[in-house]
Design a protein around this ligand. Structure first.
Ligand SMILES: Cc1cc2nc3c(=O)[nH]c(=O)nc-3n(C[C@H](O)[C@H](O)[C@H](O)COP(=O)(O)OP(=O)(O)OC[C@H]3O[C@@H](n4cnc5c(N)ncnc54)[C@H](O)[C@@H]3O)c2cc1C
Length: 385
């Protein structure tokens, strides 16, 4: 059993409930069981599978099942219990849980010594018609099937696909679709609609220059500073950002990658304990995209930060249960971020945000990071910091 500094066990068997079993929840689960293998852990998540969402765009090349891990498999691997439910969370409920030390899910009372909230951040959605897709569609049906069924059903003479949103997710899907259309020899135009002047605008300009040059190489039409206003039959309605001029373009399928829904994150102290009206709930922690830590560490909505927060929250739960209650503050800084541009290319930063790398080196970094998480899912923790 690995050594955890400042931890002298006090409890016999800790009961821990984890609400949300994405990257943060799973990282916490593995960390808890490494240090306290006899803990009784319940994970509460409405899905039947853990989704490796950072791979979702790759369903144009690999089966969707490769990125879905049934919670039953995780129950067998880690000896935890999965409860399929989606409890509603707010400050009143959190206070009540802190006082009562149980949550009620599907009519059952789940007692806990510690609770971790890791429910992620919801994805923005809009009203959709049959030929408009968003990220949720790709979570249950493989990409090729979604596109082919709609292209085959269309009677348009010249077919085209519009990708809306030039953030990391939209760009990763855009390049996978371009590669898929080329491999399958499907005659279909591809365009990107983006509300800002440059793609990947949350990253340094080197990202945009690299990605936009690759888009030009692949004949992908780019509409910057343009907003999506809806799909009407086989036409997409757009609006120029600076002039508000509206216009339509033919579009067989529109794919919406609009980012995260703006919801208030859960506030936490430097140790990951939830703050309600400035007061730390001692036995309730949070981690991942749903959380903002009041700390020096990174609060970016990335898998890296989610995993590090999940691990930190788990270590602090264990320490808090011990005799000293000496907790560890959150200092993690992201070490890089890579956006894939199809199967053979990528762009990212490493070590310093200005240090932009493209091509094979960036691709290798991405694969290394993904492999590290795959190992964690098998219970092997290779994260050094
Ligand atoms: C398409 C895509 C690609 C991405 N690529 C990258 C990348 O390459 N690199 C990177 O660093 N980051 C990437 N990200 C961001 C990264 O995936 C997130 O930052 C990360 O998943 C956050 O982890 P999390 O555990 O907080 O939330 P999630 O992984 O979203 O997990 C949240 C879990 O909570 C469950 N849940 C939600 N509400 C409730 C509730 N009320 N009760 C119980 N359970 C609930 C959900 O079902 C889900 O299983 C990508 C995101 C997307 C969408």
């Amino acid at each position: 059993m690995p050594f955890l500094p400042f931890y002298i066990p006090r409890h016999n068997q800790l009961k821990i409930a984890i609400i949300g079993a994405g990257y943060a929840g799973i990282a916490a689960l593995v960390t808890l069981l490494r240090h306290i293998p006899d803990a009784s852990i319940a994970i509460v998540d409405p899905r039947s599978h853990h989704l490796k969402i950072t791979h979702l765009h790759e369903t144009f090349r690999y089966p969707l099942e490769d990125f879905l891990i049934p919670f039953t498999a995780l129950e067998n691997r880690f000896g935890c219990r999965h409860i399929r439910a989606e409890p509603a969370l707010d400050e009143r409920v959190l206070r009540q849980w802190q006082n009562e030390r149980f949550i009620t899910v599907n009519g059952e009372e789940i007692n806990f010594d510690y609770l971790l909230i890791a429910s992620g951040s919801p994805i923005a959605q809009m009203v959709k018609s049959e030929n408009v897709l968003d990220l949720y569609d790709f979570m249950s049906v493989p990409g090729p099937h979604l596109l082919e069924s709609r292209l085959n059903a269309s009677d348009m003479e010249e077919q085209s696909i519009s990708v809306i949103g030039g953030g990391a997710t939209g760009i990763q899907f855009l390049f996978e679709i371009a590669d898929f259309l080329r491999r399958q020899q499907i005659e279909c135009g591809l365009r990107l609609i983006h509300g800002e002047a440059r793609v990947l605008n949350q990253f340094p300009p080197g990202f945009s220059a690299y990605a936009e040059a690759r888009m030009a190489d692949l004949d992908i039409d780019f509409y910057p500073d343009t907003r999506y206003r809806g799909q009407q039959g086989n036409k997409i309605l757009l609006e120029e950002r600076h002039t508000n001029r509206q216009f339509t373009l033919p579009s067989t399928i529109s794919l919406l990658f609009l980012g995260k829904k703006p919801v208030a994150p859960v506030s936490a102290n430097v140790f990951g304990q939830i703050l309600v009206e400035g007061e730390a709930l001692q036995e309730i922690f949070t981690a991942g995209d749903c959380s903002i830590y009041n700390a020096f560490g990174s609060n970016t909505m990335t898998a890296q930060s989610a995993v590090r927060k999940g691990m930190l929250a788990a270590r602090n739960i264990i320490r808090h249960s011990g005799s000293f209650k000496l907790l560890e503050p959150y200092f993690h800084r992201d070490l890089g971020y890579v956006v894939s541009l199809g199967p053979a290319d990528a762009v990212g930063w490493l070590a310093l945000e200005g240090n932009v790398v493209g091509g094979i080196p960036a691709l290798l970094i991405k694969e290394l990071v993904e492999a590290q998480y795959d190992l964690l899912l098998t219970g092997i923790d290779t994260y050094l910091m």
